[in-house]
Design a binder for this molecule. Structure first.
Ligand SMILES: [Zn+2]
Length: 114
């Protein structure tokens, strides 16, 4: 079977029918003796807004001490950075502009998460 290290190994065949030249059907252990780290393998980074990072498929604020996971989810649901509207009065921000601080011109809501 293919193991996670295969993705970063120079020997990995990138072929659905062949794991690699040395172990055509992969290895039975979770570590391969012939593992050779591929210096060119790049870890893809997903773009994320400043102050937020991707953790698996979730965009989470980079402040684990300040926000609990449920608060972070609330930010994702309510913050104009993600919704495009003011959480208080539903004022629509112009998403074509690069807005740094989402301060609402209508109701005075201020973005205190940045
Ligand atoms: Zn508002």
């Amino acid at each position: 079977m293919k193991i996670p290290d295969c993705d970063r190994c120079t020997l990995y065949a990138h072929n659905p029918h062949l794991v690699c030249a040395v172990h055509p059907s992969g290895v039975e252990t979770d570590k391969c003796l012939d593992f050779r780290p591929d210096p060119n393998a790049q870890i893809e980074e997903q773009w994320s807004p400043q102050g937020y990072s991707w953790y698996s498929d979730e965009l989470i604020a980079d402040r684990p001490s300040r926000y609990t996971p449920s608060e972070q989810l609330e930010i994702l649901d309510t913050h104009p950075l993600f919704t495009g509207v003011c959480p208080q009065c539903r004022h629509e921000f112009n998403r074509d502009e690069r807005i740094v601080h989402y301060d609402c011109p209508d109701c005075g809501w201020v973005d205190d998460s940045v």
